[in-house]
Design a protein around this ligand. Structure first.
Ligand code: GUN
Length: 289
């Protein structure tokens, strides 16, 4: 069994990005610049955004954090999005989700200029992905495909089962995995799938992205399968300093011995998701110049 080290792979990619940034700056251009918009004080969102800012510093990007309180109006947030869209000193930005209930996430995403949508959430980027055109790819699917590539895991003609059909992970990943560059035969399973265990057990590549801790058990996994765990649920852990711990969607201890490759949680898909945002921001900066 090979443990797929997302942290090590992400660190390698960060080094490659940092080299490119040095060349850009040496040529007299400014460094790529990413902004993050954070509404409210949700613990998870605060952590994710702090990591994104730290990642930018590590590779030599400029970063900006724009904060709003929970009671910001939709109109105020949309006005900020328009301002960021037209800021020539900014290459890309993200609005951290989820947003408070009184704000339409869809409206906000649609207001982002698709050329600055480094999250790859705008309908134009999703549409371009579906058509196989160059697009900003949603960070987690992008990171997973990159991991498979860098570990030289064969995908052509393989049976890939994705459990979960979210707009951010399952759906775009199903499209990427079926494209000619990857050539997998893809099944998207979800809460209404009949005989889910049997469907999963037929997968050469099983990708769990449903957000249910330890849902995938050993009897749902074929001997020799590649298992990618996208789950990152915070569960109570009084023994830790923070009081919580991340749990994946896969019951790692019993599944790992059956796998040819498996990603751990933490340290698997998560670091790759973070680095994909940097890759998209670098691309946005290059396309602009
Ligand atoms: N919330 C959880 N994941 C993400 C992400 O990748 N981007 C944004 N903007 N919000 C998120």
């Amino acid at each position: 069994m090979i443990l797929i080290d997302g942290k090590k792979t992400a660190d390698e990619i960060k080094k490659e990005i940092a080299e490119e940034v040095k060349l850009i700056v040496a040529s007299g251009k400014r460094a790529p610049h990413l902004a993050a918009v954070l509404v409210g004080h949700d613990g998870g969102s605060e952590t994710y955004v702090a990591f994104k800012i730290k990642d930018c510093e590590e590779v030599g990007f400029r970063s900006s954090l724009v904060r709003f309180d929970d009671d910001v109006t939709e109109a105020e947030l949309l006005a900020k999005v328009h301002e960021l869209n037209s800021d020539p000193d900014l290459d890309g930005f993200i609005v951290q989700l989820p947003l408070p209930k009184h704000i339409s996430e869809q409206k906000v995403i649609e207001a982002i200029d698709a050329r600055k949508d480094v999250d790859g959430f705008h309908p134009e980027n999703v549409g371009r992905l579906v058509l196989g055109m160059p697009a900003f790819l949603s960070a987690t699917p992008f990171g997973i495909v990159e991991l498979l590539k860098r570990y030289q895991i064969p995908t052509s003609g393989k049976n890939c089962v994705i459990v979960g059909r979210s707009n951010i992970v399952g759906r775009p990943l199903s499209i990427l995995m079926s494209q000619k560059a990857v050539n997998a035969t893809v099944t998207v399973a979800h809460s209404q799938t009949k005989d889910l265990a049997k469907v999963c057990a037929e997968a050469d590549i099983l990708i769990a992205a449903l957000g249910s801790p330890e849902f995938i058990k050993a009897d749902m996994v074929k001997q020799g399968a590649v298992v990618i765990d996208v789950g990152t649920t915070r569960v109570n852990a009084p023994e830790t300093k923070s009081g919580w711990r991340l749990k994946g969607d896969v019951k790692f201890d019993e599944v790992a011995p059956k796998c040819s490759h498996i990603t751990p949680v933490p340290g698997g898909v998560g670091p790759m998701t973070r680095v994909s945002l940097l890759q998209n921001t670098l691309l946005a900066a290059k396309l602009k110049k």
